[in-house]
Structure formats: C-alpha cells, structure tokens
Design a binder for this molecule. Structure first.
Ligand code: PH4
Ligand code: ZN
Length: 306
C-alpha cells in the first residue's frame, strides 16, 4: 500500500516515534527493506536519489517498489530523496511517487523559497507530499561558531520558509552529514537548535545523515579487506534524543551500504570459487535486512503497522 510521507510521518509524530527512509539502488536492497518492514510490522519510506535513478533507471526502480507494495498491507511510501531539478520532480510524480524532496538548500533563501514553492504547487494538487531542506548538512566540529550559524538551520528562517512554501516536511541541519565520516572528534549535534525549531515551526521534521556506522559492521568489512579507518556515525542515543525532540523521519543509506558491501566482501574472501551472483548478493540482502530491522526497533516504528 503506497501512501504519502505526510500520512506516515503524521502518525509517527503523534505516536512519538520515527520512520526510517531507506535508500534503495537495486532489487536486493529494496527486498531487504520490505521484508524487514513485514517482519517488524513497521511502516517504511522507500527513498531513491537522482543518482540511484541514474544508476538503475526510474521506471525499473519505481516498478519494483510498486510490485513490492502491491501485496503488502503496511503503509509504505515511494519517495524522491534530494531532488535538485524541477524536471526530476515532475518525472517522479508522473511515475507514481507519493512523496518528493526538493533540495534547493545550496541556493539562497529566496531562491530556495521560489523553487520549493513551485514543487509544492506541482505536487499538492496530485496528492503528493513535499519535503524541503533549509541549512546545509555539515559536521559541527569543522566549523567556527559563526560558520555554524551560517550552515545549521536557523529557527526563524525555518518558520518563514515553511509559512511561505507550504511544505509538509522540513529537513533540518543540526550537525549531521552524509556518509561514513561524520565527525573527527566527539559526535556533537545541536539539540537546542532542534528544540527551538520544533517549538517555532509547525511542520514535520526530518533528520538526514543519520547512519550510526556501527562498529560490528565496520569490523566485519575491515576483516575482509575494507579500509574504513576514521569512520564515525551518529550514536544511537543521539538518534533517540532527536526523536524525543520531534523528528519523525530518519534517513539511512550509509549503514545499508556498509552492511551490504561487508557481506559481499566476506563471501568473496571466504569462498573464492563462488561465482553465482545469487550466492554473493543473497547474504548481502540478509545483512542489509538485519540493519533495517535494527533501525525500525531503534526508531520505535516496529509494531506500529500490524
Ligand atoms: N541520504 C542519502 C543520500 C544518498 O546521491 P546518493 O544516492 O549517494 O545520496 O539522503 C541520507 O541522508 C543518508 O544519510 P547517511 O549517509 O547517514 O546514511
Ligand atoms: Zn540526505
């Protein structure tokens, strides 16, 4: 059953939990997410970026998600993650996406408002919900205090942005960043800022760059040849705190990539005679599924879609 992010996130907001937005690029990762959702009785947001679409093709990926959702009675959404162009948004809406993100956070505030408003005007009449981003994802420690204020989401600007654009959800920058190397020193997020945004802005909130880069995944990948020294993610306690402060969608990609490729490495290293892709990608799917199930439990969405 495909529904909008707004529906999934509103239920999460009132139930005081969050729903994972899991990035997919191929069949195995999609199956891992959907099987995890079924086993955990959890809602799930299936996300794909323009680079995933470039890799696998919009029709291929969208069709796979629709087939996956057809026989599943859980609330799931088909979501465009970090759409940058209006054309991409249009083609995703035409392909049956139930939610789109327009990321114009690299533009000026006024340009971001203008582009985001266009997307809202395009999406809302078709029943598609819209996420936008204000601020820039960046680890706090790399910035001076003045820089921090420049890149992290300003609560008053967020209030004005939401009022002028009419977006359903807002991705906030509070110190998280994409990828496996989020912090050089201690992991630090600006929870005070998140609290203020929550108080001032009446909109659903999203946390991007939320992978935890768990040590068990890094150790397994490293054992079989990966070089991931210095990788560091968001501690699970920080994720729980962000949820308690009102975040209702949490984006996860890196942890899935690490689990998937770590499992591929293990098979290739331990079974050098193996050449059947199903015997290589099967364990990768299982490893990805284990991570997704763990996230559903951490975010509190497990058991919320019986
Ligand atoms: N995302 C995923 C972005 C992936 O172009 P691309 O497909 O490589 O982009 O939106 C996240 O917020 C993921 O956060 P994470 O890296 O902490 O998992
Ligand atoms: Zn992101």
């Amino acid at each position: 059953m495909l529904v909008t992010n707004k529906k999934i996130m509103s239920a999460a907001m009132s139930g005081k939990y969050a729903v994972g937005a899991f990035n997919i690029n191929n069949l195995e990762i999609l199956q891992a997410v959907v099987e995890a959702a079924v086993e955990e009785e959890s809602p799930a947001i299936i996300a794909m970026t323009p680079s995933a679409i470039k890799y696998a093709g919009l029709e291929y990926l969208a069709s796979l998600v629709k087939i996956a959702a057809k026989d599943v009675s859980l609330p799931m959404s088909l979501h465009l993650d970090h759409g940058k162009e209006l054309e991409t948004v249009k083609s995703c809406i035409d392909a049956g996406f139930t939610s789109v993100m327009i990321d114009a956070s690299h533009l000026s505030f006024e340009e971001n408002v203008a582009v985001t408003s266009k997307v809202v005007a395009l999406a809302h009449p078709k029943g598609v919900s819209v996420e936008a981003e204000l601020g820039r994802l960046a680890g706090i420690e790399e910035e001076t205090v003045a820089d921090e204020d420049a890149v992290l989401t300003d609560p008053d600007s967020a209030k004005e942005f939401v009022k002028r654009t009419g977006v359903d959800a807002l991705a906030v920058a509070i110190g998280t960043s994409h990828g496996a190397y989020k912090f050089k020193g201690e992991p630090r997020l600006d929870f005070e800022r998140l609290k203020t945004i929550r108080e001032k802005v009446d909109v659903l909130l999203v946390l991007h760059g939320a992978s935890s880069v768990p040590s068990w995944i890094i150790e397994r990948a490293t054992k079989y040849g990966a070089e991931l020294g210095g990788a560091k993610g968001i501690p699970e306690g920080h994720i729980r705190r962000a949820i308690s402060l009102g975040v209702s969608k949490i984006n996860i990609d890196t942890d899935l990539r690490l689990a998937f490729t770590g499992a591929v490495r293990e098979v290739l290293a331990t079974a050098p005679k193996q050449y059947d892709p199903r015997k290589i990608l099967g364990p990768a799917k299982e490893a990805t599924k284990t991570v997704v199930k763990g996230k559903m439990s951490l975010f509190g969405s497990a058991g919320k879609a019986p």
